[in-house]
Design a protein around this ligand. Structure first.
Ligand code: ADP
Ligand code: MG
Length: 688
């Protein structure tokens, strides 16, 4: 019964009227429980007051300065601009406030104030725009504390979320703990409800880390349990679709315009052995972006079909599915292959959809390409022998499970462009055999990289203009969707405007982010693929698998905010064609570590090397400075930074399952219900 409290609408909290409730809803928060799981994305640390001379631009700084000279208010169009100079013993700054003319009376020349804001350099002058002002005592109180900063949308302020979250904290008492006291102790993790409280309002850094680790542990544990439970079913599976060697597939290999790489051939051998072997195939191909996984998948589908069975491939988005479908159709035509392909996605509707579904059910189509439309209840297959998930890390274990469940003892091939170090891959994909595709097709021109500061921007824009003039295209990545989410961080909306102004009108600048509708996103991606858009400003939603060989420039704003592996994935969007490609990492931080980290990208184009470096360089100290790599759809957990807890969760899951393989024992009832509860709590990986 007690769960009902958690399901209460947030409007029962003080200060949440209709309007606020609606904005919260936009962020996916309607119940108390949603609010409890609406974690901060960062924390603001109120650190020591520093000297002007020690300012590193781009940082949020707190200064104690005296106002010097007079306070000036100017009017530009509808804007009032208030400025003055201020200084401490070590240097001067310029302070600006917009549309706050009333502050004129607040500041007295010669008096000291505490200012806190992002320091920027304009020419030789250090500027602070809209800094917050504190009284001495007030700041002393805040010093050392961590204030949560939540993901926001227009109309929702951080303070509003803090206020609501503070009230919601008492409901954490209703959160169920599935670990016993002994287990909590032996695992050395924080109690669940405490962890939720402290992820919102940590007392100090240490506390925050422990809270985060606990929540990461839960995510890993859930993931690993599901994978292991799936495995225990599949272990027994005997191969009922013996797929014999296919001459059509071997023929195709010889007729392709390129030679398969040695690694592609090795993996093709692995797959053939699986398909012909005693047991059902359960294999993961891990191959860096551009290593040529698709053709291997196609060979497997061809072999399956030529044995009289159906094979299906599922991609995370329509654009990717369509890209595969078009590519396959071309090959089928060119080489006259015995395949009857069909595309099934969310935008196939009405009669076309019914027809497609019927012909799939009757077994007419033997190569089925689509999105998660393929695993809808209504879709039935006749003799589905092989399912392939492309960009497998974008799907949850459950989707994978459902897909395989569409056939009987179906062969499963998963493909991923996320180079996870082997030790971690074995834990995460314990159920899968792993093939690693770590050889690039020959003839690729290596991408040229550069790590630059903000002063390089105009040069970068000119460079983009020149590339577009040559007929090429460019991507620009920003960390945020819209203004106001984080200070000093570029957002897609404003940035596209900025670029439109900076580039000639003949260049079409498009914009892409996760808050757009799927159909809208797909349209933009298609326009980019068709070169109707030349410069695409996007968040990281930009498809991992997208293949636009004509794009040659990847510019990443605030590059220091991304994990190395993620940067590598982004870079993989270019360098796919016959033209020289470039990746510009724009570093807005002056910190030495940031520069050093980004230099790794300069020095290597190898995803596996970078993943290892990521693991090494991202100590547990920099949890929030860098964006989570976002792999595997975890909300809090990061397979690199939390590798220690990943191992812990794996050992614990094994311990539990060894004694109770199906989790049927009453001792494990709480763990069972934890798994069931989490079903409703899935993470949307398209939130950015
Ligand atoms: P990914 O592994 O990232 O999915 P793709 O399968 O999309 O990569 O392949 C990228 C490009 O490389 C495609 O245009 C594909 O035709 C081409 N390709 C694949 N294998 C080879 C090869 N052995 N030699 C040359 N080009 C290849
Ligand atoms: Mg791919």
């Amino acid at each position: 019964m007690k769960k009902d409290y958690l399901k209460e609408n947030i409007s029962s909290l003080k200060g949440i009227g209709d309007k606020t409730q609606k904005v919260f809803e936009k962020c996916g928060v309607s119940t108390i429980s949603d609010l409890l799981f609406y974690y901060p994305r960062e924390y603001e640390k109120f650190d020591e007051i520093i000297d002007v001379a020690d300012i590193k631009t781009g940082d949020i700084v707190t200064l104690k300065c005296a106002v010097i000279g007079s306070v000036v208010v100017r009017h530009v169009r509808n804007l009032s601009i208030l400025t003055f100079e201020a200084a401490d013993k070590t240097g001067r700054i310029k302070v600006t406030y917009f549309n706050m003319p009333f502050l004129r009376n607040t500041f007295k020349s010669g008096k000291f104030y505490i200012f806190r804001g992002t320091a920027r350099k304009k020419g030789n002058i250090i500027e602070l725009d809209q800094p917050k002002i504190y009284k001495e005592e007030e700041y002393q109180m805040l010093k050392g504390s961590l204030q949560p900063k939540y993901p926001l949308v227009k109309g929702l302020t951080n303070n509003a979320v803090i206020k609501a979250a503070k009230q919601a904290m008492m409901y954490t008492a209703y959160l169920d703990e599935y670990l016993s006291k002994e287990q909590l102790q032996s695992l050395d993790v924080m109690d669940y409800s405490k962890a939720v409280r402290h992820i919102h309002f940590p007392e100090n850094n240490d506390d925050l880390m422990r809270a985060r680790k606990r929540l990461a542990f839960d995510e890993f544990f859930e993931f690993i349990l599901r994978v292991r439970l799936m495995k225990s079913d599949e272990d027994k599976s005997v191969n009922i679709y013996k797929i014999n060697d296919s001459t059509v597939a071997e023929d195709l290999i010889h007729r392709l315009p390129f030679n398969l790489t040695g690694k592609q051939l090795d993996i093709w051998d692995d797959i053939k052995c699986d398909l012909m072997g005693e047991h059902v195939m359960n294999r993961l191909i891990q191959g860096d972006v551009g290593s040529g996984k698709t053709i291997v998948a196609f060979l497997a589908l061809l072999m399956t079909a030529s044995n009289g069975y159906q094979g299906a491939i599922m991609a995370p988005t329509e654009v990717l599915a369509k890209q595969h479908y078009d590519g396959f159709c071309e090959m089928i035509k060119e080489y006259d292959l015995p395949l009857r392909p069909v595309l099934l996605t969310g935008s196939v509707t009405g009669k076309a959809k019914r027809e497609a579904q019927q012909l799939i059910a009757e077994g007419y189509y033997n190569l089925i390409v689509g999105t998660n439309a393929l695993i809808q209840d209504k879709v039935e297959y006749q003799n589905l022998a092989l399912v392939i998930t492309d960009e497998q890390h974008r799907f949850g274990v459950r989707q994978r499970e459902r897909f395989a469940g569409k056939g009987q003892e179906t062969h499963v091939l998963a493909m991923s462009a996320t180079p996870i170090p082997r030790t971690l891959a074995i834990i995460l994909y314990g159920d899968l055999h792993i093939s690693i595709l770590d050889e690039m097709p020959s003839g690729r021109i290596p991408i040229k990289n550069c790590v630059v500061g903000t002063e390089y921007r105009p040069t970068a824009y000119k460079f983009i203009r020149d590339e577009v003039a040559k007929g090429r295209q460019a991507y620009v990545i920003c960390p945020m969707v819209e203004e106001g989410e984080l200070d000093g961080v570029e957002n897609v909306q404003d940035y596209s405007e900025k670029l439109r102004a900076a580039l000639p009108d003949t260049i079409n600048v498009g914009m892409l982010h996760g808050k757009m509708k799927t159909s809208e996103k797909d349209e933009i991606m298609q326009d980019f693929a068709d070169n109707k858009i030349q410069v695409l400003v996007s968040t990281t939603v930009i498809e991992v698998g997208i293949n636009v060989p004509n794009a040659t420039v990847m510019m990443i704003e605030n590059a220091e905010r991304f994990g190395l592996s993620q940067l590598h994935q982004l870079r993989g969007r270019v360098g796919r064609g016959s033209h020289q490609s470039y990746c510009i990492f724009l570093n807005t931080s002056e910190k030495d570590e940031a520069k050093k980290r980004l230099e790794t990208m300069n020095n290597s184009n190898d995803g596996f090397v970078i993943a290892e470096e990521d693991l090494k360089q991202r100590g547990p100290g920099d949890l929030f400075g860098v964006r989570q790599s976002g792999e595997m759809n975890f909300k809090v957990a990061d397979i690199y930074t939390d590798a220690d807890y990943l191992k812990k969760a794996s050992v614990f899951a094994d311990e539990i399952l060894q004694k109770d393989p199906e989790l049927n024992s009453p001792d494990n009832a709480l763990i069972r219900s934890f798994l069931e509860d989490r079903r409703s709590n899935t993470v949307d990986f398209n939130t950015l």
